[in-house]
Design a protein around this ligand. Structure first.
Ligand code: NCD
Length: 361
C-alpha cells in the first residue's frame, strides 16, 4: 500500500483498498500463514475515549500477527491527566512503538498526531469526524457477503450528523461505481455540510428521508447507527431524538431477502434483539471481519521504516472556529487549511473556516 497514515478514507486510493482487501481475504482464508509477520513489532493504542470493539480488534489483530501492544484505554491513568499535550505524548510513544492507533474525542486529533509521530498513525475515531478502520470492516463485510459494492442501494440510518462511521463509509463508497444512497435521519441529525459537499462534488446520488419503513424494500444494505448521546451539546436535543429508529422483525418483513443489516456497534435500542436471529443481520460478523481488515492494515503499516518528524510550530494562517476541533485545545498546532469549492476548510476537522458549519453544529 502507498499510504503512510490512515487518517481519512478519502486519502486511500481504490488500488490501496483493493490491495488491503486482498490481504484481508488471504489472512481470513489462511490465518496460520500470518502468525509471525509482525513478530518483534509493537503497536501503541492511545484511547482517549471509550472503546470495546475497535481497541480489542486492534489488539487481537496485532497479537494474531505475532506482535505486541501497549497503551491506555483510559487517559486518566496516564500523564494526560497531568496535562501532557497530545504532541508530547505522541512524540514520546512514537519512540517506543512501530505504529500508533489513536482514538480521541476531538475532530482532527489523528491528523494532529500524525504531524508529530515518527511511525505511522491510524485514526481509530476522532470525535464526530471520521473512523476509517471501521470502514475497512464495513467494506470487507459487504464484499465478502454481497460479492460487490458497485450498484448497491445503501441506506444509512440514524445519527448521520455525529456518526463518524457514516462519514468514513460514504468516502469509501465514493470509490465504487453506481452506489445509491438513502440518508435516513431526522433533519437535525442529517449529514454535516462538509459531507454533503463531498457527496455533491463526487456526484453521489442520494435522497434524504425521515422514515425507515418506506424505503427499506429498496435497500441492499441497511447501515444502522446509534444516536450519539455523548456528542450532543444540548441534552434536550438528544431526548427529542433518542429511540427514533427501532428496526424490528416486523419491519424486516418488508426488506429484500439478501439485505445486509449492518451496524458498527455498540447498539442501544435501534435494532431489536430478536432481529439478531435473522440471517440478514450481519453486525457480529462485521465486527469479526474488522479484525482481519485491521490485521491487513497493521501488516503493512507496522512494518514501515521510522521517519523522524520535526515539531511544527507556526501561527500563520486562518484559525478554525469549530468548537470541537483539536486546534481548540492543542493551541500549538499549526493552522492547516485545504481548499473546497465553497472556500477554505480546516485541514484537521474539514469544517469550513468561515462557513455555516460552525454556527449550525
Ligand atoms: C463506533 C464509533 O466508535 O464511532 N463504534 C465502533 O468503533 N465500532 C460507533 C458508535 O460508537 O456508535
Amino acid at each position: 500500500m502507498a499510504i503512510r497514515n490512515l487518517i481519512d478514507f478519502g486519502d486511500v486510493s481504490r488500488e490501496d483498498w483493493d490491495a488491503l482487501y486482498a490481504n484481508a481475504c488471504k489472512i481470513m482464508d489462511h490465518p496460520e500463514q500470518y502468525t509471525d509477520v509482525c513478530r518483534g513489532r509493537i503497536s501503541c493504542n492511545l484511547f482517549y475515549e471509550p472503546s470495546t470493539r475497535t481497541n480489542f480488534s486492534f489488539q487481537t489483530a496485532m497479537l494474531r500477527l505475532g506482535g505486541n501492544v501497549f497503551g491506555f484505554a483510559d487517559p486518566s491513568s496516564s500523564s494526560v491527566a497531568k496535562g501532557e499535550s497530545l504532541k508530547d505524548t505522541v512524540k514520546m510513544v512514537s519512540g517506543y512503538a512501530d505504529v500508533i492507533v489513536i482514538r480521541h474525542p476531538r475532530e482532527g486529533a489523528a491528523r494532529a498526531a500524525s504531524l508529530y509521530s515518527d511511525v505511522p498513525v491510524i485514526n481509530a475515531g476522532d470525535g464526530s469526524h471520521m473512523h476509517p478502520t471501521q470502514t475497512t470492516a464495513d467494506l470487507t463485510t459487504i464484499l465478502r457477503l454481497h460479492g460487490t459494492v458497485d450498484g448497491l442501494a445503501v441506506g444509512l440510518c440514524g445519527d448521520l450528523r455525529n456518526g463518524r462511521t457514516v462519514h468514513s463509509l460514504i468516502k469509501a463508497l465514493a470509490k465504487f461505481d453506481g452506489v445509491r444512497f438513502f440518508l435516513i435521519s431526522p433533519r437535525e441529525l442529517s449529514l454535516p455540510d462538509y459531507m454533503r459537499r463531498f457527496m455533491q462534488k463526487n456526484n453521489l446520488p442520494f435522497v434524504e428521508v425521515k422514515g425507515l419503513e418506506a424505503v427499506i424494500p429498496q435497500l441492499d444494505v441497511l447501515y444502522m447507527t446509534r444516536i450519539q448521546q455523548e456528542r450532543f451539546a444540548d441534552p434536550l436535543e438528544y431526548e427529542r431524538n433518542k429511540g427514533i429508529y427501532i428496526l424490528t422483525t416486523n419491519i424486516m418483513r418488508r426488506a429484500r431477502e439478501n439485505l445486509l443489516v449492518m451496524h458498527p456497534l455498540p447498539r442501544v435500542d435501534e435494532i431489536a434483539d430478536d432481529v439478531d436471529n435473522d440471517p440478514r443481520a450481519v453486525y457480529f460478523q462485521q465486527a469479526r471481519f474488522g479484525m482481519f481488515a485491521r490485521m491487513a492494515l497493521l501488516m503493512d503499516l507496522a512494518r514501515q521504516p521510522r521517519r523522524p518528524q520535526h515539531f511544527l510550530l507556526s501561527d500563520e494562517g486562518p484559525v478554525c472556529r469549530n468548537p470541537n476541533c483539536i486546534t481548540q485545545t492543542e493551541l500549538y498546532l499549526p493552522p492547516l487549511t485545504k481548499d473546497s469549492d465553497s472556500g477554505p476548510c480546516c485541514g484537521y476537522c474539514d469544517k469550513e473556516i468561515n462557513g455555516p458549519d460552525h454556527a449550525s453544529e
